[in-house]
Design a protein around this ligand. Structure first.
Ligand code: GRF
Length: 198
């Protein structure tokens, strides 16, 4: 079976380790898709360096000091330029407004560091520790109109160990996130995961 080759646009705000996992998977041919652009709302995001190093167009579109509607209208225009099949939110720290969700309905996915629907929103690892959860994990889901509420595509779980801190848990979880995101893209390429429009 030949996997589809999707044009991916990855939206980021920071470190970019999930982006790096996608870059590596693409170089190692674990996925067939091509990252056609990385767009960051922060100029200092390490993710941009990672993209440039991999010769992927890296675009900064600053959100700071701009009304939300102006930023998201510019972002929509920028995303469209790259003609993506799939938009991947990989540590993009802005809530996607309805208009953008509708524009790319069923073509936008997010990676979140918890077993949704548990612990949506910010600091999901801290939330899991404070709730004394015994396990947590990560979720790749379709972006819908809510915050981390869209249809779940893939999850993987890990145990929360005695003595785990937000930092130690986040580090262990990150390795699982990288695998899960790559696996989700592969399943989408192979039509084994079908994205629903919401
Ligand atoms: C990850 O934990 C991801 O699940 C969340 O933001 C973090 C981004 O990390 N949405 P990185 O920038 O990919 O290293």
């Amino acid at each position: 079976m030949i996997s589809k080759s999707l044009r991916l646009v990855v939206l980021v705000s920071g470190r970019g380790s999930n982006l790096q996992a996608l870059i590596d998977a693409s170089v190692e041919k674990k996925i067939n898709s091509k990252i056609v652009a990385v767009i960051s709302n922060k100029a200092e995001a390490k993710a941009l360096e990672r993209a440039r190093k991999a010769s992927i167009p890296a675009v900064t579109l600053a959100s700071k000091g701009k009304p939300n509607d102006v930023f998201f209208s510019e972002l929509t225009t920028e995303i469209k330029k790259h003609k993506p099949d799939l938009i991947v939110l990989a540590g993009f720290m802005k809530i996607i407004p309805s208009a953008l969700v509708d524009e790319f309905a069923g073509r936008m996915i997010n990676i979140h560091p918890s077993l949704l629907p548990n612990f949506p929103g910010l600091n999901a690892q801290k939330q899991a520790i404070e709730a004394h959860a015994q396990k947590t994990g990560c979720t790749v889901h379709v972006v819908d109109h809510g915050c981390d509420t869209g249809p779940i595509l893939l999850q993987n779980e890990i145990e929360i160990l005695k003595g785990d801190t937000e930092d130690s848990l986040s580090k262990r979880l990150l390795a699982i996130e990288h695998q899960t995101l790559v696996a989700a893209i592969k399943l989408i390429e192979d039509d084994k995961l079908v994205l629903q429009r919401t």
